[in-house]
Design a protein around this ligand. Structure first.
Ligand code: CA
Length: 227
């Protein structure tokens, strides 16, 4: 999952980048409204964290422009303390949730997970595909209750496929959602990640649809047992 953070406070921006990447997300950063608007306009984010008080273009204007252009990614706005009018303006512009500064990062992460789940049509914090379970709170996976050790990129690939379980995810889409903007993207490495994931979680959980992409499925044997 790939997140855009638009925040002009350099310390907070860096802090958010750290906590989000430690939580298994690819993160892009923008320090003003114009930059933020451009990134959201051109890159396929899974969610956006948007400060409202921004230089060059304020957050409400950024959000209005995205929504007017049909951008539907979930947006969590950061508002100043006690500013109910900011919250109202933010929601009216198309925000999905808000947090008042200062906030606790655990709460931000929980709200973000909820937004990502809802956007993908899930309701639980743990995603299950047969005996494969991904706990989005801890950024961890297990099979049959046994923890699976994954690298950051392997987790991102698995988490994205789990959020879109049963659908064929094109390789290019996977690339766009697991790397941040500055990463030297090479779609061939996706195949390497998929190969390693299959060795770790079982060969039959990720199907290759030739020429189309990858699909995460529940293996037949587990589907039959679940009946
Ligand atoms: Ca600000």
């Amino acid at each position: 999952m790939r997140i855009l953070v638009v925040e002009d406070d350099a310390d907070l921006r860096r802090q958010l980048a750290d906590v989000l990447s430690q939580s298994g997300y690819a993160v892009d950063l923008a320090a003003d409204g114009e930059d933020g608007h451009f990134l959201g306009d051109t890159e396929p984010y899974d969610a956006v964290i948007l400060d409202l008080g921004l230089p060059k273009m304020d957050g409400v204007s950024v959000l209005k422009k995205w929504r007017a252009d049909g951008k539907s990614f979930p947006v969590l706005i950061l508002t100043a303390r006690d500013s109910w009018s900011e919250k109202v303006a933010g929601f009216d512009a198309g925000a999905d949730d808000y947090l008042t500064k200062p906030f606790i990062t655990e709460e931000l992460l929980a709200r973000l997970r909820a937004l990502l789940r809802r956007a993908a049509g899930h309701s639980a914090a743990t995603l299950e595909a047969g005996k494969l379970v991904v706990d989005t709170r801890a950024a961890r996976a297990s099979v049959n209750g046994e923890p699976v050790k994954l690298t950051a990129h392997e987790y991102r690939v698995l988490s994205y496929l789990m959020h879109h379980m049963g659908r064929v995810v094109p390789r290019t889409e996977l690339v766009e959602h697991i790397y941040d903007q500055d990463f030297d993207r090479d779609s061939n490495t996706i195949e390497v990640f998929i190969g390693r994931l299959r060795r770790k979680i079982g060969q039959d959980r990720i199907q290759t649809e030739r020429g189309l992409g990858y699909r995460l499925v529940v293996p037949d044997i587990e589907a039959r047992v679940a009946g």
